[in-house]
Design a protein around this ligand. Structure first.
Ligand SMILES: Nc1ncnc2c1ncn2[C@@H]1O[C@H](COP(=O)(O)OP(=O)(O)OP(=O)(O)O)[C@@H](O)[C@H]1O
Length: 252
């Protein structure tokens, strides 16, 4: 059974079919990339899958259950978590405080206004900070983080609820090559049981991390295959570059 799937998913804006008849199946434990040229419909499909936007047609299933009518929050409670392209992190909190807040929220405990010890929250926070390479930045205020570190923090926050399925929207956006390489190492180290679906423009990162790639073009699935199958596809090359040469696109 798929960890996450959609069937016949569609969404239009006026006359424009941004996403049209999309079928997608993400296997449990996959590192599945969603790529495509600008305007292909990646962000729209991502939002339909997370529940931040409603489809005009089609269904979304999470671990076999139809979640098409469920809000983003309810999908999250069923094990789907996401990072966002634009950070909305709390400016006045420390890095550890921000992660602890997300961990605490997942426990469902009431907020108490006085300080108190919560060893389980502290342990989970420390684990996430270490996993995402932020342990030595734990006491810093969030605004002191570099762009790359903020993206790492966003992934830590998305993992705080121990999701079965993690959706990453352009995790490497705006990163330097060094930051991108560090992120690749961190994402490679995610627990293998967590299913990852990610939208990404950085094709080097895509081909290094993904074991499955879906290419969108003009709102439709052009191809789903292994990274090698996608690299070898003339249709994919032409969707990206018109008649330009494949080696200009896929350098790896
Ligand atoms: N809220 C909206 N209202 C109107 N048109 C929209 C809206 N959102 C997206 N579109 C259009 O739908 C099409 C697909 O957009 P989408 O952002 O999903 O593509 P994308 O593959 O994520 O592009 P990019 O790689 O540039 O981020 C585009 O033509 C875009 O202009």
């Amino acid at each position: 059974m798929s960890a996450l799937s959609c069937h016949g998913l569609g969404r239009s804006f006026g006359a424009l079919k941004a996403v049209s008849g999309v079928d997608l199946s993400v296997a449990p434990g996959a590192r599945h990339a969603l790529i495509g040229p600008n305007g292909a419909g990646k962000s729209t499909l991502f939002r339909l899958l997370t529940g931040t936007m409603r489809p005009d047609t089609g269904t979304v299933h999470l671990d076999g259950d139809d979640v098409t009518g469920l809000s983003e929050v309810r999908r999250c409670r069923r094990g789907m978590s996401q990072t966002l392209q634009h950070s909305s992190l709390f400016g006045s909190f420390t890095v550890a405080g921000t992660v602890a807040l997300a961990v605490r929220r997942h426990t469902g405990r009431a907020v108490r206004p006085w300080p108190h010890r919560e060893p389980d929250v502290t342990a989970r926070t420390d684990e996430l900070l270490t996993r995402l390479g932020l342990a030595d930045r734990a006491g810093e205020p969030v605004p002191a983080l570099s762009h790359g570190e903020r993206k790492q923090l966003e992934v830590a926050l998305a993992l705080a609820c121990s999701p079965a399925v993690l959706l990453l929207d352009e995790p490497a956006a705006g990163m330097s090559p060094a930051e991108s390489a560090r992120l690749l190492t961190l994402l490679t180290g995610l627990p293998p049981e967590v299913t990852v679906l990610f939208v990404e423009h950085d094709l080097d990162l895509v081909f290094d991390l993904a074991d499955r790639v879906t290419v969108l073009h003009l709102g439709r699935v052009l191809l789903t295959g292994t990274p090698d199958e996608v690299r070898a596809s003339d249709a994919v090359r032409e969707a990206y570059l018109g008649t330009a040469r494949r080696e200009e696109l896929f350098t790896g």
